[in-house]
Design a protein around this ligand. Sequence first.
Ligand code: ZN
Ligand code: ZN
Length: 602
Amino acid sequence: MSSTLWLRLPAAVPASPVPVPKADPNLPPAELLTASFAKAASQRKHLRVARSASSAAATAAATAAAAAGSEGVVLLINAVVLDTQAGAYLPNLQRVALRGGVIAALGPMPGQTQGQATAGVQQAQQEPGDTQAADAQPVGATAAGAAAPPPVAMPAEAEAELEGGVVAARQAGVAAAAALLAGLEPLSSDPRGPLAGAPAVVVDCAGAVLMPGLCDAHVHVTAITADLAALRSHSEAYVAARAGLVLGGMLARGFTTVRDAGGADFGLAQAVEEGAVLGPRILFTGHALSQTGGHGDFRGRGEDACACGAALRGIGRVCDGIPEVRKAARDELRRGAHCIKIMASGGVASPTDRLTNTQFSESELKAIVEEAEAAGTYVCAHAYTPAAILRAVRCGVRCIEHGNYLDPHTATEMAFRGAYLVPTLVTYQELARGGEAAGMPKELVAKVGDALEAGLRSLAVARDHGVVMCFGSDLLGDLHPAQADELCLRARVLPAVEVVKSATVHCAELFNATLTLGRVRAGFTADLLLLAPGVDPLADVTALAAPGGAGVAAVWREGLLAKAPYAPGRLPALQRGAHDEVLAMGDWWQHNERLFGGAAAC
Ligand SMILES: [Zn+2]
Ligand SMILES: [Zn+2]
């Protein structure tokens, strides 16, 4: 007999946000969904091998599941689902089935009629072909649904383990799980077939908000110190090990995908994919391309050694002239770069340039863009001033990093060309507060100047001129725990719904992943956050930035539970370190074996 594991979070009803329902342009075509299922399946196979190597019980469970032709399902019930595309919550309490690392199906809880909980609330305009997004409603409407009696009661023995703010888990019968799966249909393109009868792990979200994992489009996970010049003399093994801690903290804060804008390589990304390191998926740019004396050249004036190398511990590599920049771009692409990162202006952390410098000639910029586009990808450019931004976007750069001194004319040009902006305001706040303590030389901290104030103004300029903004943080060394504070800085200028979109659907667009990332939707990657009771990001997005990741109760990355609060005596996957930072521990596999092994056992 299959068994069912119950988890439950305490009840919560979010307050009313401002709804902005609209049509969804990203209805996924079936053939692409099939591809995403195939990718998830191959990764899953790899993960299962890794798990079975560490546990004979998991081997037996995996064998049993394979023999039965079915794979365990994680079923989240009674969730208030945040539709990030519509910028509103779905009406009614939802159930969400995860299978093979993908969201297999999504639908209202049984026993609720569609719209029952939303009587008297203005209905969103129906768009043919996309009822899911068109049905989006303010969460105030959902609150009425949350107040209704739960359609399926929790088993009494699971209730007995509930404590304030603590998840309880216990084996229970399967009949209730089967009833919950009934009528929940996966997409017709899902090769795994129907869900009914699958072994299930049931998580009762009890009215808490379920949203997609956050994306951060600008991190440096190997920047284990704010002294980037000193980084060059560390052991590469040491840098990689410390990067693992940085990654664990990011995942605990709710970031499930990060774009590394200089430093991480295919090895670190592979370690995360395999589960050897607990962290967000890494889209790496490899080494940032920099001219001699540019923002990626960390040599002091007295140093003459070549900076053209590409060691893990380095953020950038130096190249000059068209043949060298082409070769450097091709080399980073050869190593699997997601896109090419360039330094198109001076910066804070580099010792010999000014923020106001423009860097690389226009012919060099065009050559790099040509190489990236030839490989089917794009260029993102570190740039502060209107002059540097204009040169970059006119040469074909798709994404501007920082952009603190953006002016209306430049913003108009960016919007016209469809260029994205990745502000990284939190790094200026944190460098000014604690940059020296984190190891950055005093004269470099002084280069921060008014970058934070200018950056806050740039948010309004970008918004007013229609520039799409993505979330970025750009923190170094011990400053990493402030990552989610970027949400708070942006909320000073932008509505919460725009801040949420910047870290979900806008990043998915930038990453060319609109069919897999940034939404809670069937066919999408199962990167999910279950928020702490009472956290309503559309009403107050800063609640996501609570110290130590406390606003995020649970995290799934590709369907595997990476973070959850546990009852006393149970081992968490994550532990608290210094500075209230949450760190990854080594029981990541046991943690999921307990769920998947139990779910698959016969
Ligand atoms: Zn930069
Ligand atoms: Zn950076």
